[in-house]
Design a protein around this ligand. Structure first.
Ligand code: SF4
Ligand code: SF4
Length: 217
């Protein structure tokens, strides 16, 4: 999701790599679940999130759609995001103890929080959102450990390709002659990268590459 904000206003002004230490530690969230409520449509899911969620929960996309995820339009593209339900707008994966019930396979946005990514020149770095985490005491943690992602090199390559693809498709939607063309772009995107089930026993990145190669941009 593109955000038109001044990084200086929401961050500490630094950019981080996986090897840097950042003040993200929050005592294992002890009793807090603020960032799992009231997040609106901001926890947008990418294909790796869908792979993780379907493999981890054993639920199909259709089953995830009945409770946990929904579609939302972002910058002209229709993408899945987590549902926040009820009066207090809780993530549907939050359990009665106020803990994430899918911690091992939680989405990328949740792994990052309160970090964000800033993309530049075909790559990205991390920034720290200083006012988002509600913990009073924050300790320094290595960024790579915080985001807890397997195979960081492949993950970075995937995230860059995905980011560029979404940018290209947003541009196509902006230039589309009519609504039908925009609809077609979005349907292909959803079918290719989200609705076609991923093989649980096969490598995600290889499956993504194959889908990308067959995707008409
Ligand atoms: S706001 Fe901070 S302390 Fe609270 S749940 Fe989120 S990360 Fe944990
Ligand atoms: S998936 Fe887990 S970490 Fe992410 S918002 Fe939901 S409960 Fe919180």
């Amino acid at each position: 999701m593109r955000r038109n904000v001044d990084l200086k206003e929401i961050s500490d002004g630094k950019l981080y790599t996986e090897n840097d230490m950042a003040k993200v530690g929050c005592n294992d969230c002890a009793g807090c679940f603020a960032c799992c409520t009231g997040m609106g449509e901001s926890i947008i899911l990418d294909p790796l999130d869908i792979y993780r969620l379907t493999c981890g929960t054993g639920l199909t996309m259709e089953q995830l759609f009945t409770v946990h995820i929904k579609l939302n339009v972002v910058d002209g593209l229709t993408l899945p995001c987590l549902v926040m339900a009820g009066d207090d707008e809780r993530c549907t994966f939050l359990n009665s103890d106020g803990r994430c019930s899918i911690h091992k396979y939680r989405p990328g946005v949740c792994r990052l929080f309160p970090l964000g990514r800033v993309y530049k020149n075909g790559d990205f770095k991390y920034f720290l959102q200083t006012d988002e985490c509600k913990s009073k005491v924050r300790t320094k943690v290595k960024v790579g450990k915080w985001i807890d992602v397997d195979r960081p090199r492949e993950n970075r390559a995937f995230l860059n390709v995905w980011h560029n693809l979404l940018n290209e498709l947003e541009e196509k939607c902006r230039k589309a002659e009519d609504l039908e063309e925009t609809k077609e772009i979005n349907l292909k995107l959803l079918r290719t990268f989200y609705f076609m089930p991923y093989e649980k026993t096969a490598d995600f990145y290889e499956q993504f590459e194959r889908r990308l190669a067959a995707f008409p941009v």
